[in-house]
Design a protein around this ligand. Sequence first.
Ligand SMILES: [Zn+2]
Length: 302
Amino acid sequence: MSDIHIWDSHVHLFPPEIYENWDKYAKIDPVFGSLTARSKSPKGAQEAWVNGEEALLAADKAGVEGMCMQGWYWNDPGLMRLHNDYMAQLLKDHPDRFKAFASVNPKFGWEALSEIERCAAKGFCGIGELGPGGNGYDFNDPDFLAVLEMAQALDLPVCIHCGESVGVDYPGRDRTSLDPLPDIIRRYPDLKLILAHLGGGMPFFEMNRRFKGIFKNVRYDLAALPLLYDIRIVKAVTGLVGSDRVLFGSDFPLLLYPSACREADMTMFIEQIRSEAGLDEDEYRAVMGANFLDFVTPKEDL
Ligand SMILES: [Zn+2]
């Protein structure tokens, strides 16, 4: 398995300025505050905080070659730009280890679109993680569609935080209806989408006979899986959509096994996938990094 390149497609590295002054920024952006507040239970799910250098140490320990920083769905344009500036610096310092998706809130209108252009010029390779629930829009919102239009034109994949329509409530569960997505995917045939957290169940719905073939540019990531689903879902979803359309992503440094480990860690989830997900070697190689690297490589470079 020496030729396996592990890329974590979904990590969140916030500027230290923000988490070191969490009270201040939680007030400026209450959605951020409520989603990252300290858990009431000592064993509860919890955001952990690490900077770029600490993330690299965790990656080295876990045999992770690189990671893609997902942004955040800020409700304050200044925080959106501050976060993107931090990720741009990490891209510059460690171009072989990091990739980045731009933090964007579509409701900022022209400011969101110009931020996408600014980030693309700095080497960001995608947009997201978008959080419709956290920013108060749905998938038919014209501002959201304007972001998709630009993403398609610039060949930038878009990662969207998806929640299950049937499930149990938890902070960050996004209740935005996925119902409009198949039509939107038809409307933007070259748009590349990553539906995070296994797409809130979309792999099941894409089996609809009327949707045949339309999801070819859609990928599903495994972010936060241990908090949400039984590990058998990995094999179930690769069985539904193919192992070429599932991406390893963790949501690091979110605590994925909060009663077993209270520190930011990348090893446990990878070990669980390796030993319990039931993927053969080719599937494992694809899911753990090859699919992601393929997906974010611009068409003209292939
Ligand atoms: Zn998410």
